[in-house]
Write a protein that binds this ligand. Structure first.
Ligand SMILES: [Zn+2]
Length: 219
């Protein structure tokens, strides 16, 4: 119950911040509707709330969260419609200009994918089926990093799964056509929560490079 009380006092702070000082912003969002410029596909992990990480205002980003921030391929779009319908709404209705797939370190979903245990109950079966979307990432990592530790493999798979999701986004004709017309940009970001850094996938070099360095603590 303590946690729920914390949420209510948090909502009161939100009221004071956004419905008090920034009443104008919310009034505008209510009257004119939302016009976010970016869709962020993030993990359900409680440590990776994109609006908190990017310190956004209400209305800035449209967010889809699922286990391991995965995008199903076009051929499975109707099977995994919770995620794909949200992507369709963001692209077709809201006409976002950017899609950011935001992966992260210490992802429990990717760890489960790498451990590759057979499901022993209905709950695990659901998770395994969902994580199967990133099976190609697991396969690539096992091929490229043979003999490496599970920690190294899992870290690599966290980033490789972001690339699979970016590739899967391009399998949707209504996404790839917008990308080719320059109306939509796709980005693969990776949050290293241990070091507090943000990385971006660079197609030119084929690897992830630092986008925002870790905070320098003043002596
Ligand atoms: Zn995760």
């Amino acid at each position: 119950m303590r946690d729920v009380t914390k949420f209510l006092s948090g909502f009161r702070r939100f009221q004071r911040s956004y419905l008090g000082k920034q009443r104008g912003l919310y009034a505008q969002l209510v009257q004119q509707g939302q016009h976010p410029r970016a869709l962020v596909i993030a993990c359900c992990d409680s440590r990776c709330d994109p609006a908190l990480l990017m310190d956004c205002d209400p209305g800035d980003m449209f967010v889809v969260r699922n286990v391991a921030n995965l995008v199903p391929p076009h051929v499975q779009a109707t099977y995994f419609a919770a995620t794909t319908s949200a992507i369709a709404f963001a692209v077709h209705n809201l006409e976002v200009e950017h899609i950011i797939v935001l992966g992260h370190a210490q992802c429990g979903g990717i760890r489960a994918l790498m451990e590759h245990k057979a499901p022993t109950c209905n709950e695990e079966e659901l998770i395994t089926k969902w994580l199967g979307i990133a099976e190609e990432a697991r396969r690539r990592v096992l091929n490229e990093l043979k003999g490496k530790s599970m920690q190294t493999l899992t870290h690599a798979c966290e980033q490789s799964a972001i690339l699979v999701s970016l590739e899967n986004l391009m399998s949707y004709p209504w996404i790839s056509s917008r990308v080719h017309q320059g109306k939509l940009g796709l980005h693969g970001w990776y949050f290293d929560m241990q070091h507090g850094e943000l990385y971006e996938y660079m197609p030119e070099t084929g690897d992830f490079q630092v986008l925002v360095n870790k905070l320098e603590v003043e002596a």
